[in-house]
Design a binder for this molecule. Sequence first.
Ligand code: PMP
Ligand code: GLN
Length: 419
Amino acid sequence: MILLGDMSRTDENLAQGSPSGSRAPWLRTAEGANLLGADGHLGVTIFEEITTLAVRTGAINLGQGFPDEDGPDLMREAARDAISAGANQYAPGKGIPALREAISDHQRRFYGLTPDPETEIIVTTGATEALAAALLALTGPGDEVLTFEPFYDSYGAVIALSGATHVTAPLLAPEFQPDLAALEAAFSDRTRVILVNNPHNPMGSVFTREALTRIVELANRHDAIIITDEVYEHLTFGVAHIPVATLPGASERTLTISSAGKTFSLTGWKIGWMSGPAELVAAARTVKQFLSYSSGTPFQAAVAAGLALDGSFYEDLANTLQRKRDILSEGLRAAGMDVFTPQGTYFINVDAAPLGVTDATALARRLPELVGVAAIPVPVFCHPEGAERTKSLLRFAFCKRVDVLEEAASRIATLKDRL
Ligand code: PMP
Ligand code: GLN
């Protein structure tokens, strides 16, 4: 009999649990996101693991990316008002009209795109659900889904859950832009989806127009759908974010995903969205209906209010983060590590090799005890070859108060004496 009693170890019966003898879907999901240890131990996501460790040790948590200051008062008040006014039952499955209209206005205001709020936009439970709904709707066994590597953890998990094959093309140091020759070689006639993430988590790169144009050309050549995760669209420093959907030949094959979490420093609200051609949105919506049906009603009204904030809000956000980036970069450099200055997101990557580090994952598990700071190892976002390439890289989040970043930098400066 198959029992799920001991979740700490995977079991051959479970591994072979389906009648067809194929791997159980949950096990594929775990493997796809590198949650299975060599000894069969089942882990939680790296974000959960490192945050738990940071809480237990009292370390400054520069691991999981969440701000330590909440988003605009206006939005938090709007959520409270919506609750008081009775917005407490199911929202329409595709999202409240005011939010779909605000998303459409946002796309027009910033990018000149004009998605129809009725048929070309849906609201989701964070970008995470949008990604899952789109991938599960559009890919399956026999398909290939192409991502860059390193890749955000949920990509590997959901591609595996869908039964598709996950193919990668590398982002190489020091710029972490797409390697266009490797990208071309990674495409095949089985490529159903190219899943782009720009600005890129974990590497902090903002893709050039040239790279994005090439992605669109290759997607057209292979008749692949483009799913583009642009949750960091407003977090760029001195470079413009170019949505894939604005490039020639892209709009008819591109689903664009974003979320309120990063733009408004409200990661716990879990309101995301996607926009694109009606038939692709309808496909994803069909699946979304049975993942969550609908998403947090009172938060939707508040996010609609946030999206209408004027340009200065967005400029201040990027300027403030850029200052924080520079404070933490300086501290990491002073600690003797090679720093890759990000053009976007709120993550800085460092190479700890100059300190003699050869295993970033082992170091990330010791770092909170060693110096009282937590970070995320980059190899966990890779398949084995990419993990080898990134074996001494660590990712630090800088979406924290300046005094917290300064304290973290002074603690990290002591690392070389403690290794
Ligand atoms: N994509 C990327 C690249 C992310 O970094 C994150 C984390 N914010 C997500 C998706 C998930 O976003 P959400 O919290 O809105 O589900
Ligand atoms: N996106 C956040 C990060 O990259 C974490 C989100 C999560 O914990 N799943 O740090």
